[in-house]
Design a binder for this molecule. Structure first.
Ligand SMILES: C[S@@+](CC[C@H](N)C(=O)[O-])C[C@H]1O[C@@H](n2cnc3c(N)ncnc32)[C@H](O)[C@@H]1O
Length: 225
């Protein structure tokens, strides 16, 4: 059954001209939560091969601006308002992201998205902790880059620290939901944290450094899809 579903979304993406089946996860979240609007300025973290960017482009229209960041090169997208930056999100700074998207340094994003995934090992705890590391990285960037009232969507692999992540996100947004889109594989532990309306009176908090937690991760820990 899982395989059939996989084939279904894969074929559907091919038929509709999207670069990946991942599009259907974002589309479902957007249709349920009303995330994206025409004219929005959007940051997509971990955008390769680019199906979320394709969908974002359709939703924001010519007046919007989107920038996608990924470790991997992405085939350019049509439209002068769709920008791509190759690099590790840990290393590209906020000013470079804004500059690369042709945005004023004082501009803030309306929506921040992250479908970033670690290179999975098959070991649940390890994959979970690596995924939490990526979510904290996104939160760190969201702090200075997301406007008050803006929205955040990020993928996480569920595990022991997931509820703490959701609790911390709750402190900074008016409304937070966790969603598992139908296009997610049944064997996957992925869950999307959908946070709406960033509050301007709350600091985004990161967890304390781990004491006796998981072992340090190797250099290529964040590569994967
Ligand atoms: C599941 S794929 C994203 C699929 C994409 N949403 C789409 O619709 O085509 C996850 C991506 O996250 C990227 N990624 C993982 N860690 C990253 C990091 N530290 N900086 C930038 N990109 C990262 C990977 O290279 C990979 O392409």
């Amino acid at each position: 059954m899982a395989r059939e579903l996989h084939d279904h979304w894969f074929k559907e993406a091919k038929r509709e001209g999207y670069r990946s089946r991942a599009i259907y996860k974002l589309r479902e979240i957007d249709q349920k939560r009303k995330l994206l609007s025409p004219g929005d300025v959007v940051l997509d973290c971990g955008c390769a091969p680019g199906s979320w960017m394709q969908y974002v482009g359709e939703r924001i229209g010519d007046r919007g601006v989107a920038i996608g960041v990924d470790l991997l090169d992405v085939t350019p997208l049509p439209g002068g308002n769709m920008h791509l930056l190759t690099g590790d999100l840990r290393e590209v700074d906020d000013a470079l992201i804004l500059e690369h998207a042709g945005l004023d340094p004082t501009r803030r994003f309306d929506v921040v998205l992250s479908d970033m995934a670690p290179n999975t090992t098959g070991h649940r705890d390890t994959d979970h902790h690596r995924s939490m590391g990526l979510c904290d990285l996104v939160l760190q960037r969201t702090g200075p880059l997301l406007r008050s009232g803006g929205h955040l969507v990020m993928k996480a692999f569920e595990g022991t620290n997931f509820q703490d992540l959701v609790r911390r996100v709750h402190l900074c947004f008016d409304e937070v939901r966790t969603m598992r889109p139908v296009a997610s594989r049944s064997v996957s532990r992925e869950m999307f944290v959908v946070a709406m309306h960033r509050r301007d009176d709350a600091e985004i908090t990161l967890p304390p450094p781990p004491s006796g937690g998981p072992p340090p991760v190797p250099e290529d820990w964040s590569v994967g899809r």
